[in-house]
Design a protein around this ligand. Structure first.
Ligand SMILES: [Zn+2]
Length: 257
């Protein structure tokens, strides 16, 4: 029964991944997410249902548009697969039985989708929007209090640290090092993680960022001056800290003795 449950979650994750690809693209192009069928971005040929199945259509069409034969980006199936895996991991983490939907599971599926949106938008367009940061942070803050996810003190310190570290860099560099988007994302991270998990996420983001930059420089894909969108590291680190923050803190404190 649990295999069947995870399979359903996996396919739902693929569908949400496909939705995420479309949403990010349509948000950028100012197209309403609910309007019209999916089109090929090159020749605007309207996709038939069998050309629009997550991952499977990409394999079946060998990564090319059926009409204009242009190469479709690997980003599409990768995002779909990644979201499916992340949805299954979230379900596994909150496992209480097959097809049992707890408030916490629902919250984390929404948050994971929200973080994936910020990740993908920042990766493609180098920008963090207000929509998935500020309203999400406000809503989550007021849901967290009665449901006992975090205390208001924990979230306020989380915000002060998360937004504060980027606000500080923004102010001392007159906005050259860091954009306003990172401050808004830091605020959201503070509400999601609270204190002291916010520290884990910030530390992980700098470690991921440093590590990936090293690989890119090593592979001569870039030089040190070129900008890597820091929001992608921050969202990935938030995801890890959501589930493993406490484990990492306990492991660290244990090392100190
Ligand atoms: Zn086409």
């Amino acid at each position: 029964m649990s295999i069947f449950y995870y399979t359903v979650v996996f396919f739902a994750g693929l569908a949400f991944g496909s939705f995420l690809n479309a949403w990010v693209f349509r948000k950028r192009e100012n197209i309403r997410i609910v309007s019209g069928r999916s089109l090929c971005i090159f020749c605007h040929h309207q996709l038939a249902w069998y050309e629009n199945i997550p991952v499977f259509s990409f394999i079946f069409l060998k990564g090319k548009c059926r009409t204009c034969r242009k190469q479709i980006s690997w980003q599409y199936p990768l995002v779909e697969l990644a979201l499916a895996v992340v949805f299954v991991l979230t379900a596994w983490w909150h496992w209480t039985g097959p097809f049992v939907l707890t408030v916490e599971l629902l919250r984390d599926w929404i948050l994971v989708f929200n973080l994936a949106f910020i990740f993908l938008y920042d990766l493609r367009y180098g920008e963090i929007l207000d929509g998935p940061t500020i309203p999400t942070a406000i809503l989550l803050f007021f849901f967290s209090l009665p449901l006992g996810w975090h205390t208001w003190q924990s979230m306020l310190i989380g915000i002060a640290v998360g937004a504060g570290i980027f606000l500080f860099q923004y102010l001392i560099s007159s906005g050259k090092w860091i954009g306003g988007g990172d401050i808004r994302l830091g605020l959201l991270m503070g509400v999601i993680l609270g204190w002291p998990n916010i520290l884990v996420a910030l530390l992980l983001a700098y470690v991921f960022g440093g590590f990936i930059s090293m690989i890119l420089v090593w592979g001569k894909k870039t030089n040190l001056q070129s900008e890597t969108p820091f929001g992608t590291y921050l969202t990935a680190a938030t995801f890890v800290a959501m589930f493993f923050g406490e484990t990492i803190i306990n492991w660290y404190l244990g090392m100190l003795g």
